[in-house]
Design a protein around this ligand. Structure first.
Ligand code: OFO
Length: 178
C-alpha cells in the first residue's frame, strides 16, 4: 500500500505534469500563430511526452493501491512576446519540475518508501534531458536573435523531432518507448 504522504505528493505531481502538457500545448498554438510549425511540432511531441509522465504517476498510484485525485489545473500563460521568451519559459518550467521531482525523492527516502525509488530515479534522469534540451534550444533561439533565416533554419530542424511512443494513454506504448 502506498504511503499517504507520497500518494498526495504524486497526485500533485500528476497535476504538475498535466500543467506541463497544458503550457506546452499553449506554446504549440503560439508557435503556429507565428508560422513556426517546426517549433510547434517539437512542442507537440513535448506535450505528448508530458501526458505520458502524468500517466506514469497515475498508474503507479493505482498499482500501489492508492486513489488518484485529479486536482484543478491553473490557468497558465497563453502568449509570449517572442519565441525566445517562450523557450526560456519552457526551460524555467523544466527547472521547476526538477525541483518537484527532487522533493519527491527526498520524501521517499524520509518515508522509507524505497519501492518508489526506481520510478523517481527515472524521472530524475529524464529531467537532466529535458532541462538540457530546453536550455539548448532557448540559447540557440537567442543566438539567431533577429535573423529570420536563422530562425527558419532552427524551426526546420526542430520540426524533425520524432516521438516514438503511441498514445499517451496506452500503457504499453509509453512504458517501452519513454
Ligand atoms: Fe517536462 O517533465 Fe515531465 O516530468
Amino acid at each position: 500500500m502506498i504511503n499517504q504522504r507520497i500518494k498526495e505528493m504524486m497526485n500533485r505531481q500528476i497535476k504538475n505534469e498535466l500543467e506541463s502538457y497544458y503550457i506546452y500545448l499553449s506554446m504549440v498554438a503560439y508557435f503556429h500563430s507565428l508560422n513556426l510549425d517546426g517549433m510547434a511540432h517539437w512542442m507537440r511531441c513535448q506535450a505528448h511526452e508530458e501526458m505520458t509522465h502524468a500517466m506514469k504517476f497515475f498508474d503507479y498510484i493505482i498499482d500501489r493501491g492508492g486513489s488518484v485525485e485529479l486536482l484543478d489545473l491553473k490557468q497558465l500563460q497563453t502568449s509570449w512576446n517572442s519565441p525566445a521568451e517562450a523557450w526560456e519559459a519552457a526551460y524555467h518550467h523544466e527547472q521547476f519540475i526538477t525541483e518537484k521531482i527532487s522533493e519527491l525523492m527526498k520524501a521517499i527516502r524520509e518515508e522509507n518508501e524505497y519501492i518508489a525509488e526506481p520510478l523517481i530515479a527515472w524521472f530524475i534522469n529524464e529531467q537532466v534531458q529535458e532541462e538540457a534540451d530546453t536550455s539548448k534550444i532557448s540559447e540557440q533561439v537567442k543566438l539567431v536573435n533577429e535573423s529570420k533565416e536563422g530562425l527558419l533554419l532552427l524551426d526546420r530542424e526542430l520540426g524533425t523531432r520524432v516521438f516514438p511512443a503511441g498514445s499517451p494513454l496506452d500503457r504499453l506504448a509509453y512504458q517501452v518507448a519513454n
